[in-house]
Design a protein around this ligand. Structure first.
Ligand code: ZN
Length: 201
């Protein structure tokens, strides 16, 4: 019940030299009624902390780290679409995974982006505690800022374990979010071309 006391107690525990995150995971295991010393759990705090650090590694980078010098001058002015970018993120309300596919499109205005950078941008923002709505918007805004295109469209379809495993337990429901900027917002033909392309027609 008393958080500061709980912390002081766990820091005095055998794992004195363990990173603070590992100490907290060990304490969490105790709170769940587990014995962190039993064989199967002895290295679990270390593994959980490593895994959580990796899944939230997007805090340590910004978009320019990812894009680097992969912006190219090019007169191509049709739609560029990268569909079915797989992603895994953690919902910020339960710290449970949500995952699915992200479709990103843009219409260049003199500059294009190396294609491999789009999945890396998706990773950058999904490796943070997120809500799907913000993830969608951040990808669209980052692309807009990076190359100033005539329009950007981002659609994310995801399954949320916090809905599937607990709460309403709707295993088959998927959530779709979209962010449209520029021509994707103002021109219905552009938007429907994008939506047709990602729906495979
Ligand atoms: Zn959640």
């Amino acid at each position: 019940m008393d958080a500061p006391d709980v912390l002081a107690h766990s820091i005095a525990a055998p794992a004195l030299l363990a990173p603070r995150g590992e100490v907290l995971v060990r304490r969490l295991l105790e709170q769940l009624g587990e014995d962190p010393q039993r064989e199967g759990l002895v290295n679990t705090p270390h593994r959980v902390w490593e895994s959580l650090s990796q899944l939230t590694s997007g805090y340590d980078q910004d978009v320019m780290d990812v894009i680097g010098d992969a912006v190219f001058s090019e007169s191509y002015n049709e739609m560029v679409v990268v569909r079915d970018i797989e992603f895994y993120s953690l919902c910020e309300h339960h710290m449970l995974p949500f995952f699915g596919t992200c479709h990103v499109a843009y219409i260049p205005d003199g500059r294009i982006l190396g294609l491999s950078k789009l999945p890396r941008m998706v990773d950058l923002f999904s490796h943070r505690l997120q809500v799907q709505e913000r993830l969608t918007t951040q990808i669209a805004e980052a692309l807009e800022e990076a190359i100033g295109p005539r329009g950007v469209g981002v659609v994310i379809e995801a399954s949320h374990l916090c809905m599937m495993m607990r709460g309403v337990e709707k295993q088959s429901s998927r959530t779709t979010t979209s962010a449209m900027r520029g021509l994707f917002q103002t021109d219905p033909r552009t938007r429907s071309e994008f939506l047709n392309l990602i729906n495979g027609s």
